[in-house]
Write a protein that binds this ligand. Structure first.
Ligand code: EPU
Length: 427
């Protein structure tokens, strides 16, 4: 198993880093290709393990997929097998995003339940409740969700659905189902993430009628043809990758990094907290510039659905607060078990106490290197960030990072970081 070795040089990161396309936008959009025939082309796709897993899943379902980063072409094959097996779903929970499109397009789907995950239980009850409201019959059998359109595989009908809480993939699943349902669907208490807006853009390009994306109420009129048109589209930049480099740039005083292609309007909650912490964030044309010239101030955050502070940036921000002056309080409201990075950061000298969903961080002068490992993608990113300011750190189980960060070691090296990949390190 690969590891990353980071030798903190004490030198700040400087230079330009290109931000890749958004993983969490590409995933639902690739699933939306199931709604169409013909060939779709998705550009600006990051070279990530999750994209390989999605390609494998679409192939299993009967699509022809050609992935040559940064492009993926998906073409309808001659056969369809509307089934997402456990082997693929367990590698990537987002595989559940095929459920809505499969039932809407083919009248049936058999999709493995994803099971628990390192950051929390992550149920899919809201996805299922919505499909039922659209007339699907749902049963659970041997770890699989089996869904059928009304009257034994018929067309879904538009409905008014109110989510109990905003869910990103839940909203996306029902948007895709509604895009081919008969009549009008209203989704209330929707997720408002930029990735949801991006999916709406695609569905509109494909011939559905989606209004209100980016607000908490969406209206969707399904296309009458039984299938949507294929598309050609370049995906938005990855705001969480951008945010991760923003925090990395701020770790050492003197940091000055230009994030090429980042979209500042997707990064408002993070930028405002970084400014409060003493970091200068500005927009320069199609890029975002991050500079830190003074000390870091302790700053509290509470994660919330977009446009609040993203849970996917909580671990990285906590690593930054580990070396800020004073005490910061970090509250996690989205996932119940998302402080797995804390014990590892403690091994690097961070002073953090976790009580329930709150972590209280006392900034220390310096972190030191250790051998650490992480259990999820963003927790791993926080250890990389911490490693930049420590002397010698080895991060094991890098496969988590490879799910969501394209060429992370090359990108950090390009900014002056001393980061290398150790192939076949101990697990
Ligand atoms: N929830 C339910 N029932 C549901 C669905 C969700 O109770 O049916 C709960 C979840 O347990 C959680 C909350 O609702 O407490 C929000 O979860 P959400 O459904 O929004 O999460 P998700 O759609 O599974 C996406 C991202 C995650 C990101 C979360 C929150 C994708 C593919 N994944 O997950 O990204 O953390 O939204 O913003 O878009 C990552 O990239 O590292 C990652 C984990």
């Amino acid at each position: 198993m690969d590891a990353l070795r980071i030798r903190g040089t004490g030198k700040p990161l400087k230079g330009t880093v290109r931000i890749s396309g958004a993983k969490n936008a590409a995933l639902p959009i690739l699933c939306a290709t199931l709604l169409s025939d013909g060939e779709s082309l998705l550009r600006n796709v990051p070279k990530l393990r999750d994209m390989e897993t999605t390609s494998a899943l679409l192939r299993f379902l009967g699509r022809d997929v050609h992935f040559d980063a940064p492009e993926i072409r998906v073409r309808a094959g001659s056969q369809v097998r509307p089934e997402a097996p456990y082997e693929l779903v367990k590698q990537m929970r987002a595989s559940v995003l095929v459920l809505g499109p499969l039932v809407a397009r083919f009248g049936r789907a058999k999709v493995s339940l994803p099971g628990g995950c390192a950051i929390g239980a992550r149920p899919i009850d809201q996805h299922l409740k919505g499909l039922e409201a659209m007339g699907a019959s749902i049963r659970l059998e041997r770890g699989y969700v089996i869904a059928e359109g009304p009257g034994n595989g018929g067309r879904l009908r538009g409905a008014e659905i109110s989510f109990d809480l905003p869910t990103v993939t839940g909203t996306e699943n029902l948007m895709m189902a509604a895009a081919l349902a008969k009549g009008r669907t209203t989704l209330v208490n929707c997720a408002r993430e930029p990735e949801v807006e991006e999916l709406a853009r695609i569905l509109n390009k494909m011939g559905a009628e989606v209004n209100g994306a980016g607000t908490d109420v969406m209206h969707i009129v399904g296309a009458d043809r039984g299938t949507l048109a294929p598309f050609d589209h370049a995906i938005i930049p990855d705001r969480i990758e951008a945010g991760t480099y923003m925090v990395a740039a701020a770790m050492i005083q003197g940091g000055d990094v230009l994030l090429e292609g980042a979209e500042i309007s997707h990064l408002e909650a993070l930028s405002s907290k970084m400014r409060a912490a003493g970091v200068d964030i500005s927009s320069e044309g199609q890029s975002v510039r991050v500079r830190r010239s003074g000390p870091l101030r302790a700053t509290n955050i509470t994660t919330a659905p977009h446009p609040g502070f993203p849970t996917d940036m909580q671990a990285q921000f906590l690593a930054l607060m580990a070396i800020a002056h004073g005490e910061s309080v970090i509250s996690e409201t989205i996932f119940e078990n998302r402080f797995m990075h804390v014990p590892e950061l403690q091994r690097m000298g961070a002073s953090v106490v976790v009580r329930g969903n709150t972590a209280v961080v006392q900034g220390v002068k310096k972190l030191y290197g250790a051998s650490v490992m992480a259990t999820d993608l963003r927790a791993s990113a926080s250890l990389v960030i911490a490693g930049l300011s420590a002397d010698d750190t080895e991060i094991r189980r890098v496969y988590h990072l490879d799910r969501g960060y394209e060429c992370i070691e090359e990108k950090l090296r390009g900014l002056g970081g001393n980061v290398e990949r150790v192939r076949g390190a101990e697990a």
